[in-house]
Design a protein around this ligand. Structure first.
Ligand SMILES: *[C@@H]1O[C@H](CO)[C@@H](O)[C@H](O)[C@H]1NC(C)=O
Ligand SMILES: *[C@@H]1O[C@H](CO)[C@@H](O)[C@H](O)[C@H]1NC(C)=O
Ligand SMILES: *[C@@H]1O[C@H](CO)[C@@H](O)[C@H](O)[C@H]1NC(C)=O
Ligand SMILES: *[C@@H]1O[C@H](CO)[C@@H](O)[C@H](O)[C@H]1NC(C)=O
Length: 221
């Protein structure tokens, strides 16, 4: 009886280390980017900051100014929160970017045009447009990449920075921020070519994708 229980203890120890690892990972700072009057600030925050409270963010987080022309295509593996006031700045920051867990907060009462924002590998989306109309924060779970990938030969999307390798594409209609209604989405799997499968949606033709892969396309509106 002794050897199995020792093995059991070892296993429990290993699980403990694993759990601790997950715990400390959970404590990692999150990234907050906000745009305000032509200024872009990129912050690392250890605490959650009330949406659109710019001065509190400057006080509590470690922020640096990003020059608009210095924005580089990048990817975000953890939580990313963006406070924005117009689609131009948001598009410059996020269009064709890989983000898993995204929160978008509209911090102005601007009416946004119907324009799509393309995000790669999106798993969870939260939106807040409190500045426009008093409505609670909404969230949407798009897909849980981690679980699906265990029985798939495809590499998880996060390992690649390249947009070309993006298999899960989400298109967000920016006009959803104008509406009071709840977030809706639909996903279409096994799309070989976005441009050919959506002939009426000429907009998709502008997306730089290779045509020999199967995409999962999610439209959020
Ligand atoms: C913001 O900072 C994070 C890390 O601190 C970096 O990975 C990311 O590329 C930055 N984003 C922009 C738009 O500068
Ligand atoms: C985490 O955020 C705090 C401020 O909230 C900052 O002082 C610290 O430098 C950040 N840590 C990292 C690793 O960015
Ligand atoms: C994202 O890029 C596409 C293609 O260039 C463009 O048509 C669209 O308006 C952009 N979206 C935003 C929100 O900037
Ligand atoms: C898919 O297309 C890329 C170029 O877009 C090419 O390099 C690659 O060999 C193609 N793969 C297959 C399996 O056809």
């Amino acid at each position: 009886m002794a050897p199995p229980s020792r093995r059991c203890l070892l296993l429990m120890g290993a699980l403990g280390v694993f759990a601790f690892d997950r715990f400390t990972q959970g404590q990692k700072n999150s990234t907050l980017i906000f745009t305000k009057e032509n200024t872009i600030r990129n912050c690392s925050c250890s605490a959650e900051i009330q949406d659109c409270d710019y001065s509190l963010a400057n006080l509590m987080c470690s922020c640096k100014t990003v020059l608009p022309f210095a924005i580089e295509r990048t990817s975000y593996n953890g939580h990313l929160t963006i406070w924005f006031t117009d689609t131009t700045a948001l598009g410059r920051l996020l269009n064709f970017t890989l983000v898993r867990d995204l929160k978008l907060s509209l911090c102005s009462s601007n009416t946004l045009p119907t324009e799509y924002l393309a995000i790669c590998g999106l798993e969870r989306l939260r939106i807040n447009s409190e500045a426009k109309h008093p409505s609670p924060e909404q969230s949407l779970l798009i897909h849980s990449g981690g679980d699906k990938d265990s029985n798939s030969k495809e590499k998880p999307v996060s390992l690649h920075k390249d947009w070309q390798t993006c298999m899960y594409v989400s298109f967000l209609d920016m006009a959803l921020f104008n509406r009071d209604s709840s977030l809706k989405s639909y996903s279409i799997e096994n799309i070989a070519s976005i441009a050919n499968d959506f002939p009426d949606f000429s907009y998709f033709k502008t997306f730089p994708m290779s045509s020999n892969k199967s995409y999962v396309v999610t439209v959020i509106y």
